[in-house]
Design a protein. Structure first.
Length: 587
């Protein structure tokens, strides 16, 4: 079924024209957008880049009509034309015939109980014939690699699977313009490749695509036509990719490794002058292996410490014939910074929920500080393990940011003096001090994510479990936050700092930069557990876990005989006297 409204205008108007667009939310003092002007042609892909809170999502809301139809009370000026029409003058139903949106948090868009019904929902509203509906659903499921999820209940999907589902339910409507707000944030590498291939195919067919994303290395594979770079709501750059890469600050924007190094050398920036530690702040900790995973070498000295978390023969399933985790055995010790990597649906989030008592194992036991967590209250577990959910909406509810951070501390019995001292400190750590009196939902998704981390930091748990901490985060903010946490981790043992961290992620660069131990999880089983330079060098294991080497990992492996370990790009620059001698491939 054609999108008649967009087809009528397609021949006579550009898909998108923006002139002098400004917007200010009613509850915020600063402009969210300020004098944006650009235009996009049919078949073009535009990358929208910028730090958390720079206005990227606000721009998407203006283009898809959520502003002013759903977000009221703000002030918008300037002009937007979607195929010649002002979206503010159209109904959301009319706009959806031209513009399809994938939001940052997929759970906000899912309405049906089953995957097939979710994808069919929009088609049913458009009155698409049943035979055509089935054809489109099969095609989208196949192109996104989620045919096996056809009959799955949506509440049982992983966050990454939900992200693919929402993308599928948008693509099946065949809109002329696609607005994609971090559609890759929770996808594994293979899922990312499948999604990018589909987006490229749609653009080649004439669809217009605007995509918000922080991880530029992924998007460069799309060969975007333009980059729109926002800083504090202002348009700092609109042009081709080469021009953007030439002006981007490698301490602010995460660029592919070789471009980062070239920019650092061109700027004359030594490691000391780039934001980041001069010396590696990851603690040197011997990891005590608990799982026999040959042929990964696990020659670590045993330590006498009691594990902070210990999984003993743990298995879990929602249904008897559908195991999520199987025979999990591993321990987390003081000083560990463990990155848990694996494909969508591997059980990574389930692993974390078992630790904090949100789920209970069907078989085996989870010990927290030496105690079976079945015998512990939620408050007792929280004293040891603080868990930051993937989606901020699962955690935020207080009327102000200040009260959000204080809530957990009140529940754990902290006195007012401690709370008054801790709240400004943790908000400063996540760069949210200026928003203390605002409601959490007034923040951008990335800012909300940092707020949830601050709320858990304030509870002073001995272990921090961060589920997809880089989702919605720009490079500068998550680098600054991780460096603060790692410096606390290597300090003197005290009750008010974390002793270990678990980082659940799909981001290889994040894992190799900050973890001293990597666990690969596949189909609910631990496939490997060891130091990053050994585990991540195994291409066969990476492929089994739907992970692909990044340019930073490739560079680290080339330099490993000289460095002896994996490290961030800014630290690698000291080992590279001549960039021309290195081999780079980000294709």
């Amino acid at each position: 079924m054609p999108n008649n409204r967009s087809e009528v205008h397609n021949r006579n108007h550009l898909p998108l024209v923006v002139r002098d667009l400004s917007y200010c939310y009613g509850q915020l003092p600063d402009m969210a957008l300020n004098q944006l002007s650009f235009q996009v042609r049919s078949g073009e892909i535009v990358l929208i880049a910028g730090s958390s809170g720079s206005g990227k999502t606000t721009l998407v809301r203006c283009l898809n009509g959520l502003i002013p139809h759903s977000y009221r009370g703000g002030q918008r000026s300037g002009d937007i034309r979607i195929f010649g029409e002002e979206p503010a003058a159209l109904s959301l139903a009319e706009i959806s015939g031209m513009v399809g949106s994938v939001l940052q948090d997929p759970e906000k868009q899912i309405v049906a109980s089953y995957v097939a019904n979710e994808i069919a929902f929009g088609l049913e509203n458009l009155g698409v014939e049943r035979a055509e509906m089935r054809r489109r659903i099969r095609l989208v499921l196949d192109r996104l690699g989620i045919v096996h999820l056809h009959d799955r209940e949506t509440f049982r999907l992983s966050h990454g699977e939900k992200q693919k589902l929402v993308l599928g339910s948008t693509l099946v409507l065949e809109p002329a313009i696609l607005l994609l707000d971090e559609p890759l944030a929770s996808l594994d590498a293979y899922g990312t490749e499948e999604t990018l291939s589909l987006i490229r195919h749609l653009a080649d067919q004439g669809k217009t695509v605007l995509i918000v994303e922080h991880r530029l290395e992924r998007i460069l594979k799309l060969r975007p036509d333009k980059v729109l770079f926002l800083v504090n709501g202002e348009q700092h750059y609109f042009g081709d990719v080469a021009g953007f890469l030439a002006m981007a600050d490698p301490s602010e924007v995460k660029l592919p490794a070789h471009i980062t190094l070239q920019r650092l050398h061109k700027l004359g920036a030594a490691v000391d002058t780039v934001e980041g530690p001069e010396v590696d702040v990851r603690p040197e900790v011997d990891v005590r292996p608990k799982v026999d995973v040959p042929p990964i070498k696990q020659a670590f000295a045993s330590k006498p410490a009691t594990p902070l978390i210990h999984y003993e023969n743990v298995s879990f399933s929602y249904e008897p014939d559908d195991p999520i985790l199987q025979e999990i055995n591993f321990s987390l010790f003081p000083g560990d910074v463990v990155a848990v990597l694996g494909p969508n649906g591997a059980g990574k989030t389930t692993l974390a929920k078992l630790a904090v008592g949100l789920l209970r194992p069907n078989r085996g036991r989870v010990y927290i500080g030496g105690r079976d967590n079945k015998t512990m209250t939620v408050a007792q577990i929280a004293r040891v393990v603080g868990y930051v959910f993937q989606s901020p909406r699962h955690m935020l509810f207080a009327p102000t940011i200040e009260r959000e951070v204080a809530f957990g501390m009140h529940n754990l019995g902290f006195d007012e003096v401690a709370i008054t001292s801790a709240v400004p400190s943790v908000l400063k750590a996540v760069d949210l001090t200026a928003y203390m009196d605002l409601p959490p939902l007034a923040l951008s998704f990335g800012q909300q994510k940092r707020l949830t981390i601050a709320a858990v930091m304030a509870m002073q748990s001995r272990v921090l479990v961060l589920d997809e901490p880089t989702a919605g985060q720009d490079f500068r903010h998550y680098t600054k936050l991780m460096e603060r946490l790692l410096r606390l981790l290597e300090g003197d043992a005290r009750d008010d700092v974390p002793e270990a961290m678990v980082l659940i992620s799909h981001d290889l660069d994040f894992a190799l930069s900050y973890a001293n131990r990597v666990i690969l999880l596949r189909a609910g089983r631990i496939l490997a557990d060891g130091p990053p330079h050994e585990v991540l060098a195994r291409r066969d294991l990476l492929a089994m876990c739907r992970l692909q080497p990044s340019s930073l990992l490739e560079l680290n492996l080339q330099l490993l005989p000289h460095t002896g370990r994996l490290m961030p790009a800014n630290m690698l620059s000291r080992y590279i006297p001549d960039l021309e001698e290195l081999r780079f491939d980000i294709s």
